[in-house]
Design a protein around this ligand. Structure first.
Ligand code: TEU
Length: 547
């Protein structure tokens, strides 16, 4: 691959545990990724982001790191990773690692030393606080329960914004920052091409006082966060040919502009999640709310235009390992035709936006939520906690299962569907989590054999991004924001306008007159489009020269 502007890249996210198992132990591994590089190359993506592959007790599937320098034995060893990087590079593919530095596992040597005594030199690597009357503050963990855990050995509490086995690191301690920069530099020297930084906007904690909410306001985009990210940039990846993306929890457009404006030397790009909360009820995830299309459009367009005007850079995505499958969420998976139509239209709408698109494994073949029917099928710590909490609030088993079925992170963590073979060709053993029962129809082999498949729409969209600068650099103009069915926007660049028109619903949508009158070159089209209407989930992109 010739050197291209990183802004034109497309990233493919791999969740190694569920990608491809070569040992038969029911869990994916690094060799499994190596075996599928030709497929990824065929798809045409530029970067592969691997969720954490370091040594970990796996309470949060690798987001609880025990040793930043060791490879998780379940996934392989360092020479497997070496081979993966080399084999990827040989195909023009680049590798991004996931860096989890807001917290470590409580099994990390630093934490084990820290918890021994108040005098440990590692004590202030973390937040330990004494408190006479229970928890130091009323903050809640994002996985349920209070965010402080009492540690009997020294009779103090430590902070964990996530699982009780994920202790938050104290970034105000310069030794912590130095140790973490060393980790990043180690992997730069190893030869990786970029990093995804886990919940990086939570690293600077403010005052430790009670919250009227769950504590977010004290650590989200906290007081010294920009200073720390800038310092990290200068001490590690800054000025090198490495792509970076920060995962930003509950952030704002203004902060994200500052995180990504090139002249501030912080990060290349950011994930935000506001558009994925449109099926929450009053901010609550664990509900069965239908998604709100108007809200989805409004939020996406606010971020698109806001970040663009501010000179920042978005990551654009529908799916990741924490989110349900988009075709089951904002599309419909009730029958084959509707699944294919809606998956393609969702792909078109997303990939023509401004920013760096991310494809999560299986999204490119329209993988669906598995529609689990028993709590025994769930594995995720967050889902298992939510199950208990909802049950204790009086919800029936059926109600809780319906909610988990819509919101659980396990929806996206079921094994990658490679073929119609047993266990979808993912493993010869017993998969660690059930395969979705539709794998005989929905799998890579079938998708490759069908030129009309969702897979080819993704491939085409990636090619378009690589060959048409308007997708990367064009201005973005929202249209028909109030339309109850259509998602319409324009991209403007060097005398050309591309209009993206999508029917986001399962009923026919009639075109407003000026759209019906638009004539130009069709760049891509999905489903049946006439001069008057779009069939359910149909969409198209049309290019018009303006001077
Ligand atoms: O996620 C951060 C995060 O806050 C969410 O996406 C979270 O999973 C969701 O809010 C739960 O409702 C990152 C990782 O992507 C996630 O897998 C980890 O569990 C988490 O950080 C902790 O490291």
């Amino acid at each position: 691959m010739t050197q291209q502007d990183w802004r034109k890249s497309v990233v493919y996210q791999i969740y190694p545990k569920s990608f491809n198992d070569t040992t038969g132990n029911g869990e994916g591994d690094i060799r499994g990724i190596i075996n599928k590089l030709d497929y990824l190359n065929f798809l045409g993506v530029d970067y592969l982001w691997l969720t954490p592959i370091y040594d970990s007790p796996m309470n949060d599937n690798g987001y609880d790191i025990r040793d930043y320098y060791q490879i998780n034995a379940q996934f392989g060893n360092e020479s497997d990773l070496r081979e993966l990087v080399d084999e990827a590079h040989a195909r023009g593919l680049k590798i991004m690692l996931d860096i989890v530095i807001n917290h470590t596992s409580t099994e990390h040597a630093w934490f084990e030393a820290a918890r021994q005594s108040k005098e440990s030199p590692y004590r202030d690597y973390y937040f330990f606080k004494s408190s006479e009357q229970g928890s130091p503050t009323n903050w809640e963990s994002k996985f349920g329960g209070n965010a402080w855990q009492y540690d009997a050995q020294t009779a103090e509490y430590y902070l964990h914004l996530f699982d009780v086995t994920q202790a938050d690191l104290n970034w105000d301690n310069p030794k912590v920052r130095e140790a973490l920069y060393k980790v990043i530099n180690h992997w730069i020297d190893f030869g990786v091409d970029g990093f995804r930084f886990d919940v990086i906007n939570l690293i600077s904690k403010g005052d430790f006082v009670d919250s009227e909410d769950i504590g977010k306001e004290f650590y989200t985009d906290g007081p010294r966060v920009h200073e720390y990210i800038h310092e990290m940039n200068r001490a590690t990846f800054g000025g090198k040919d490495l792509m970076t993306v920060g995962e930003m929890s509950s952030t704002t457009i203004d902060h994200c502009i500052n995180y990504t404006k090139p002249e501030r030397h912080e990060l290349n790009s950011v994930f935000n999640f506001h558009h994925l909360k449109v099926d929450y009820k009053d901010g609550e995830k664990w509900t069965n709310e239908k998604f709100d299309l108007q809200q989805l459009k409004t939020i996406l367009m606010e971020w698109q235009t806001g970040i663009y005007k501010g000179g920042g850079w978005n990551a654009i995505f529908w799916c990741n390992h924490d989110q349900p499958r988009v075709v089951s969420r904002f599309g419909k998976d009730i029958d084959e035709e509707t699944r294919q139509q809606s998956a393609k239209t969702l792909a078109i709408v997303l990939h023509l936006l401004q920013g760096t698109p991310y494809i999560y494994q299986g999204e490119e073949i329209g993988m669906t939520d598995p529609h689990f029917t028993s709590i025994n099928q769930y594995r995720d710590v967050e889902s298992l906690n939510a199950y208990q909490t909802l049950k204790s609030k009086g919800y029936s088993e059926a109600e809780v299962l319906a909610i988990l079925g819509q919101k659980s992170r396990d929806n996206s963590r079921t094994p990658m569907q490679w073929s119609a073979d047993k266990h979808a060709g993912f493993t010869t053993g017993t998969p660690w989590i059930d395969v979705a029962s539709n794998y005989e129809t929905i799998n890579v082999e079938a998708a490759m054999a069908d030129p009309d498949s969702i897979l080819y729409t993704y491939k085409h969209l990636i090619e378009l991004r690589h060959t048409h600068d308007i997708i990367t650099y064009g201005n973005i103009v929202p249209r028909y924001m109030e339309h109850p069915q259509l998602f319409v926007y324009e991209r403007h660049y060097k005398g050309e306008i591309w209009t993206v028109v999508a029917n986001m619903t399962d009923t026919v949508a009639y075109l407003p007159e000026d759209l019906a009158a638009l004539s130009g070159d069709t760049i891509i089209q999905n489903g049946s489009v006439t001069e008057e209407y779009l069939e359910p989930y149909a969409s198209y992109v049309i290019s018009v020269e303006v001077n």
